[in-house]
Design a protein around this ligand. Structure first.
Ligand SMILES: NC(=O)c1ccc[n+]([C@@H]2O[C@H](COP(=O)([O-])OP(=O)(O)OC[C@H]3O[C@@H](n4cnc5c(N)ncnc54)[C@H](O)[C@@H]3O)[C@@H](O)[C@H]2O)c1
Length: 237
């Protein structure tokens, strides 16, 4: 007996993307990654508890998230892995391959360009841009490095709508302005600065230093808790 109205293999009606909460959208890639890993391991179906554990979230949250997508699974069987992965991919707009531009072909840019994992997940960095004469005209990670002046031409020719910024922060706003002018509407910014963009442009910022600072806070708290425990043990002894 289905838990919800959709049988396991039925393709649910596509949800209106505006109805899916941002926090749910942020977790969908985790679910998709877990589903791909399970599929590669030869699994066909997965319980909500199993999928929640694989994605590192609690199962009530996972069920709620998937209910926003109209996916309810089947009691006693769970979710069909292939159908659910296809559905999540479609909600995330990953059923079409996305061409990505990268601006700043330095250390980080080169590392990202050489990472094969993006292609596996539906993204391909197709062009890099820089201003350094020693980089322009060369290939980095197998990709041509164009001068930033070529941005408009290449973005149009390659149908690029997503770009990654890996320039120093002092250049990032100027680069973002050029990207927006060239037609890019989504930016992943690695430079440690806030970008000012029009409302129709989405920016995601990645800052590993912030993640480290949060871990530092947890380390600090653990040390404090351990000191408190040691003190109370001393008192008892
Ligand atoms: N988010 C993170 O966790 C994280 C981690 C490491 C580095 N970073 C940031 O990433 C950025 C790049 O770091 P990196 O170590 O690769 O630096 P890098 O100096 O090796 O590379 C920067 C590249 O940007 C190019 N550049 C400068 N101005 C430009 C412009 N106007 N247009 C196009 N290209 C331009 C430079 O020529 C250079 O090739 C920095 O802002 C750094 O702070 C972020």
């Amino acid at each position: 007996m289905p838990i919800g109205s959709n049988p396991i293999d039925a393709t649910p009606a596509p949800p209106d993307p505006r109805d899916i909460p941002d926090a749910t959208v942020a977790r969908l890639p985790e679910y998709l990654h877990a589903l791909h890993t399970l599929s590669e391991a030869g699994e066909k179906t997965i319980s909500s508890e199993g999928l929640a554990a694989a994605a590192g979230v609690n199962s009530a949250k996972l069920r709620k998230d998937l209910s926003h997508l109209g996916s309810y699974g089947v009691r006693g069987v769970g979710y069909d892995i292939t159908s659910l992965a296809t559905h999540i991919s479609s909600v995330l707009g990953l059923t079409r391959h996305r061409s990505v531009a990268l601006v700043g072909a330095g250390h980080l840019g080169a590392a990202l360009a050489g990472y094969a994992g993006f292609t596996k997940r539906g993204f391909a960095i197709v062009a890099m841009f820089d201003v350094a004469p020693e980089l322009v005209g060369t290939t980095v990670g197998g990709l041509p490095v164009h001068h930033i002046d070529q941005l408009h031409k290449v973005v149009g020719a390659e149908g690029i709508s997503i770009a990654i910024i890996t320039t120093p922060p002092s250049a990032a706003q100027r680069v973002a302005d050029s990207l927006v002018k060239a037609g890019v509407t989504s930016i992943l910014n690695f430079a440690p600065c806030v970008l000012d963009v029009p409302d129709n442009v989405d920016v995601r910022k990645v800052d590993l230093a912030i993640e480290m600072q949060i871990l530092s806070f947890h380390e600090h708290r653990k040390a404090r808790d351990n000191a408190a425990i040691a003190q109370s043990v001393d008192k008892v002894a």
